[in-house]
Design a protein around this ligand. Structure first.
Ligand code: C2E
Ligand code: MG
Ligand code: MG
Ligand code: MG
Length: 279
């Protein structure tokens, strides 16, 4: 199968490449209607405060169920939404939905709860992002520090100046910034300081083998100590076992998130989890 592009060159596709691009195109078209057809849902996963044993914040994780294509993982559809620009309306819907849920929880007794929302690098390149965030917070009558925006290390690679300006504006408005999947990306340590990061989320790839990999133990312990020295909180991602948790506690990690506590859940189920923790 060959395709002629505008400059008389041939591009050859293997059957696998072809199948992949057909699937991507199919998802892109289906995603265009996902919002209006009400196929998107938020699930929420607790980030446990290891000092108090309570839920410190809740991470909003997007879910897409399509009637024919089934359930599609965000790892597959978020990159497609980014390439097609649909991440902007979807991202705004995510922010509004998650903050509305946070407002409901705060009103029902979880007064100090925070909401963590993942943002794609493309959203950080929008100069109107800080204004939009403030507007939604005001709409929901929430203080700015109730929101944690999770960014990945790639955020500043393409356009460091705009990214820095946007993050400084968000910080100035009181919104908290978390560095997601820390240790896997391209960030330099100087970015941590420049972007005034509130929380480092230690990537689950370092947490997974804590039990039998001395290098991972050294890396995790160094990240925690560095964060402490810089005045940042730490959250370990992907905590699945009691022994991982024990090591993290011993190292002074502030928060843990993972299946050991709870998988991401629909709002009512997460509320039940939080009530049991309070009791
Ligand atoms: P992330 O922000 O690093 O989210 C953590 C991922 O790890 C989630 O996958 C979560 O379900 C999974 N996880 C949590 N605890 C455990 C555990 O103990 N073990 C294992 N193996 N996995 C665990 P999920 O929900 O499939 O999301 C994947 C990624 O998609 C997220 O990674 C985030 O980068 C992106 N994403 C999800 N929702 C959104 C969104 O609303 N907007 C944007 N821009 N990206 C999103
Ligand atoms: Mg995240
Ligand atoms: Mg992560
Ligand atoms: Mg991730």
């Amino acid at each position: 199968q060959a395709k002629l592009d505008g400059r008389n060159t041939f591009r050859f596709f293997t059957p696998e490449m072809q199948a992949q691009s057909v699937r991507a195109l199919q998802l892109e078209n289906a995603l265009r209607r996902a919002l209006e057809r009400d196929q998107l849902r938020m699930h929420y996963q607790p980030q446990m405060d290891l000092t108090t044993g309570r839920v410190h914040s809740v991470e909003a994780l997007l879910r897409w169920h399509h009637p024919q294509l089934g359930t599609i993982s965000p790892a597959e559809f978020i990159p497609i939404a980014e390439d097609s620009g649909q991440i902007l309306p979807i991202g705004e819907w995510v922010l509004r939905t998650a903050l509305q849920q946070l407002k409901a929880w705060r009103d029902r007794g979880f007064a100090d709860l925070s909401m963590a929302v993942n943002l794609s690098a493309i959203q950080f390149r929008q100069p109107q992002l800080p204004e939009m965030v403030s507007q939604i917070l005001a709409e929901m009558e929430l203080p700015s520090d109730a929101l944690e925006l999770e960014l990945t290390e790639g955020v500043a690679v393409d356009d460091p100046h705009t990214a820095a300006a946007t993050m400084n504006q968000l910080h100035a408005r009181g919104v908290r910034l978390s560095m997601d999947d820390f240790g896997t990306g391209y960030s330099s340590l100087s970015q941590l300081k420049r972007f005034q990061i509130f929380k480092l989320k230690i990537d689950q790839s370092f947490v997974r083998d804590l039990g039998n990999d001395g290098n991972d133990r050294a890396i995790v312990s160094a990240i925690i100590r560095m964060a402490q020295a810089l005045g940042m909180r730490t959250t370990a991602e992907g905590v699945e076992t009691e022994s991982q948790l024990a090591f993290l506690r011993e190292q002074g990690c502030d928060e843990a998130q993972g299946y050991h506590f709870s998988t991401p859940l629909p709002a009512p189920e997460l509320e039940t989890f939080m009530r049991r923790r309070l009791a």
